[in-house]
Design a protein around this ligand. Structure first.
Ligand code: NDP
Ligand code: 8X3
Length: 262
């Protein structure tokens, strides 16, 4: 390993093939971080690596795995080489909403996917990475929560439950990591225009686009900038949580949309 490599900080970002995770990878690379980027779509990871290398000459390790599968998580992250085990920052970002129905009509496959990804996946990754941070004597874990982790809206019970769980886990993690000097931050965005709604509505692009009609939603880069700000606070400072919404969104219930006339 060369000197430059040893001096650079290393971040592991889950769900870097799209949206907030990808924007965070691009921003951290611009700031000189080395990156482990993960997601299920290997082809996208390959393209991201090329982009990061070309734009910032970043050291990048791509790992394609499904966070829902504990065996895949441990075989991918538990076997990192010495050069990549020194993780300074873990961004637990991989997650999704699937479906939007009342509970009596919900699709249990969607429920399993949200619970397994947003809660269990985050736990599996943290269970594997936190001991590495403890061994090194510090680090920072940033969890992607949501305004849905504070408020519950109609048709969103299961997604909101998973983000309430991320809130509880973040609080517990902060306590458990306290003696190890590991910082824990929860970022809770409102509306961010990414592939999130396309995934939620199973590829219905018209329904997904309607979510953002008349609103200047947050961009993935807005959230990446927020992650970077929390990470760049002086070492004695821990940012516990940040709620960030578009100016046109007060909370999960109130959005002031611009009326678009034909
Ligand atoms: P995107 O759909 O654009 O990105 C989601 C990312 O998660 C993708 O990279 C996807 O990768 C990854 N992912 C999903 N499931 C899995 C899995 N089983 N294993 C590994 N990776 C997975 O959405 P966002 O960027 O908007 O979402 C990122 C996070 O931010 C999520 O946790 C979401 O809940 C949260 N959030 C989003 C908001 C929004 O309005 N967009 C608001 C508040 C919070 P791949 O498909 O390649 O596996
Ligand atoms: C995503 C934001 O309002 O769709 O977590 O739940 S919302």
């Amino acid at each position: 390993m060369n000197k430059q490599t040893t001096e650079r900080r290393t971040a592991l970002i889950t769900g870097a093939t799209s949206g907030i995770g990808e924007a965070t990878a691009l921003l951290l690379a611009a700031e000189g971080w080395r990156l482990i980027v993960t997601g299920r779509r290997a082809e996208r990871l390959k393209l991201l690596k090329q982009k990061l290398k070309q734009a910032h000459d970043t050291d990048v390790l791509t790992l394609a795995f499904d966070v829902r599968d504990q065996r895949q998580v441990t075989s991918s992250l538990g076997t990192l080489s010495e050069g990549w085990r020194g993780i300074d920052l873990l961004v637990n970002n991989a997650g999704l909403a699937a479906g939007m129905e009342h509970l009596d009509a919900g699709d249990t496959v969607d429920w399993e996917q949200m619970i397994d990804t947003n809660i269990k996946g985050l736990l599996y990754v943290t269970r594997t990475v936190a001991p590495m941070m403890i061994e090194r004597g510090g680090g920072h874990i940033v969890n992607l929560g949501s305004i849905a982790g504070r408020q519950v809206y109609e048709n969103g019970a299961v997604y909101c439950a998973t983000k309430h769980a991320v809130n509880a886990i973040s609080q517990g993690m902060r306590i458990d990591m306290l003696k190890h000097g590991i910082r824990v931050t929860e970022i809770r965005p409102g509306m961010v225009e990414t592939e999130f709604s396309q995934v939620r509505f199973h590829g219905d692009t018209a329904r997904a686009a309607a979510v953002y009609t008349g609103v200047e939603a947050l961009s993935a880069d807005d959230i990446a900038q927020t992650v970077l700000w929390a990470v760049n606070r002086p070492p004695h400072v821990n940012i516990d949580d940040i709620t960030i919404t578009p100016r046109q969104q007060a909370n999960a219930y109130y959005t002031n949309r611009t009326v678009v006339s034909d």
